[in-house]
Design a protein around this ligand. Sequence first.
Ligand code: IPE
Ligand code: IPE
Ligand code: MG
Length: 231
Amino acid sequence: MEMADRIPEHVTIIMDGNGRWAKQRGEERLFGHSEGKESVRACVEYAVEKGIKYLSLFAFSEENWNRPRAEVEGLMHLMLKAIMDETPLFHKNGIRFRVIGDFGKLSRELRNRIEECMSITEMYERLNLVIFLSYSGKWDIVQAVNRFMKENPGKEIDSCGLEKYMATAGIPDPDLLIRTSGEERLSNYMLWQTAYTEFYFTDVLWPDFRKTEFQRALDAFAKRERRFGRV
Ligand code: IPE
Ligand code: IPE
Ligand code: MG
């Protein structure tokens, strides 16, 4: 296959390093998160340009609720603002917006905005933009098992059956996972769905991750040989 043809269908990014980016500049952590929003926009635009079908972003983990209250509130406010600011971009580019995670912990205002944006972009299919918010991989598996058992009393769980109950049902597993900031771990992200995902780690901090860096990750992916257990 030509290198240009080997575009992953689903790219997922663990957007890490905002705090360190701000610290390097003698600024508050929130300054880094806010600059990180610009990287999100750049990556969304690039994904559209490259014909990537699914771009998913880890924005806030279940464990991140344990951060100082001011930072959590700042991040939630940023999320709300981002949805409101970017909705025209979704219409312009045919982007379907989705959020996955434990909605129970979000404010009513944010939840309403998310649900509204999900429903008004539902018919778009050029790019699926999926934000993981208040999400953890273990939470996802547990909620899937619980729902499976409730709806299939007495039945044994098999992996195909369980898949339908994962929060990501209907979304193909990620082909490529990118993590910025030099950390090389999953931090309780999509544990189930990354069984055969290619991993790409870079030292670049998230606010500095723009088109050029994204292209680098795609080039690295194009060179990988995926075997899925076969020879
Ligand atoms: C990633 O940046 C954003 C979130 C986890 C919300 P961090 O805030 O984790 O930045 P570092 O890792 O402390 O530099
Ligand atoms: C992972 O980053 C979560 C997100 C990027 C949303 P963290 O910064 O929370 O991960 P750890 O704590 O370094 O593992
Ligand atoms: Mg971090």
